[in-house]
Design a protein around this ligand. Structure first.
Ligand code: KG4
Ligand code: ZN
Length: 335
């Protein structure tokens, strides 16, 4: 079964064809990110206008890359929510119109659940194809960390995602981007802070690190919830007080901030697995590309029996392959 996925929830316009819910035949992503950078955040009006311009082009390319035509498509999947309303509307209208014209079913998908599903996707012809559901067996705990969400799910099957924890204020990616702005870094701040933090870690490991900076961690003991606005404010006050002094180092602030965020994310996720006796942890969303988070989760999982999975780096960010793949399993009850 070939599903054409459409994703237009924010600044990415993506179309993808996924076979039988797992095998990516094509995955095309266009983005208007560069146009938003000078504003330090996404401008919804610009994003939705670009969605409109790109949607036909990326869909045509996705078919071409897969070596298929519209006649080979069995169903269409589209991100229904959450997202920017103008951006979402372009994808939803496009997908439903195409489905109507082709007389093919259209499956609406929740973007956040699709981020988790990205763990089950494999490249065309990959050897893991047959066994992936056994390797990442359900029930699982899911952690979605993106620009808009930081949520822990209990996942019984692909139709039942139960929220067991979420951020009480900023999403993890949002905190990264706001701290990036405080530090005068390029938007989005996440990847830049990650790189700087890793460089500072390497310097410390080889004994040439500067003075360590630490920020508070919001433990919210007894709860699976997160909170990231406190650490963001702590960074702001630190920068106001120390910027321009001889001890001040942007890389050390990045390292301290990253430590505060990833330690809480990693500890709470592993704790949730152990409490629920879940042996699978599925991580997804833009922040799951974070090197520090990946390493910390792997380290904490060691010896616990928990198998931690991350999508490949290109599938951490918004893409339509996760939408097409998730539509397949959510429309079938067997998984
Ligand atoms: O999932 P995504 O592409 O879009 C949403 O659905 O929000 O996530 C984008 C977010 C941004 O906030 C970006 O700063 C963050 O993911 N991000 C990262 C990294 N790469 C992207 N945050 C931390 N470390 C990274 N390496
Ligand atoms: Zn996303």
């Amino acid at each position: 079964m070939n599903i054409l996925g459409i994703e237009t929830s924010c600044d990415e316009t993506s179309a993808s064809i996924v076979r039988d819910g797992r095998e990516i035949l094509s995955n095309v992503v266009a983005t208007s990110l560069k146009e938003h950078q000078k504003f330090g955040g996404i401008i919804p009006e610009i994003a939705s206008r670009r969605q409109l311009e790109y949607i036909n082009i990326v869909t045509a390319k996705a078919l071409d890359d897969a070596g298929l035509t519209l006649a080979d498509i069995d169903a269409i999947a589209v991100t229904r929510k959450p997202g920017l309303i103008g951006s979402l509307l372009v994808g939803i209208t496009f997908a439903h119109s195409l489905g109507y014209a082709l007389k093919k079913p259209v499956i609406d998908v929740d973007h956040i659940h699709a981020h988790i599903y990205a763990n089950y996707l494999v490249p065309r012809g990959a050897a893991r194809f047959a066994t992936i559901y056994d390797e990442l067996a359900l029930p699982a705990v899911g952690l979605v960390v993106s620009g808009g969400h930081s949520t822990l799910f209990s996942i019984k099957n692909f139709r039942e995602f139960r929220v067991i924890g979420q951020t009480r204020d900023d999403a993890a990616g949002e905190a990264y981007d706001k701290v990036g702005r405080i530090l005068g870094l390029e938007y989005p701040g996440g990847p830049v802070i990650d790189r700087m933090a890793n460089e500072a870690n390497t310097a410390h490991a080889s004994g040439v690190g500067l003075k360590t900076v630490t920020f508070p961690k919001a433990d919210l003991a007894g709860s699976h919830d997160f909170s990231f606005s406190g650490v963001k404010t702590a960074v702001l006050y630190y920068v106001r007080k120390h910027a321009g002094t001889k001890d001040y180092s942007v890389a050390e602030v990045a390292r301290g901030f990253q430590e505060s965020v990833i330690s809480v994310l990693a500890e709470k996720s592993i704790q949730a697995c152990l409490r629920r006796k879940c042996r699978t942890l599925l991580v997804g969303g833009g922040v799951s590309a974070n090197k520090g988070l990946r390493a910390r989760l792997q380290a904490l999982a060691l010896g616990t029996g928990v198998n931690v999975s991350f999508p490949s780096l290109d599938l951490c960010m918004d893409n339509a392959a996760m939408v097409a793949g998730f539509a397949y399993v959510s429309a079938r009850s067997s998984h």
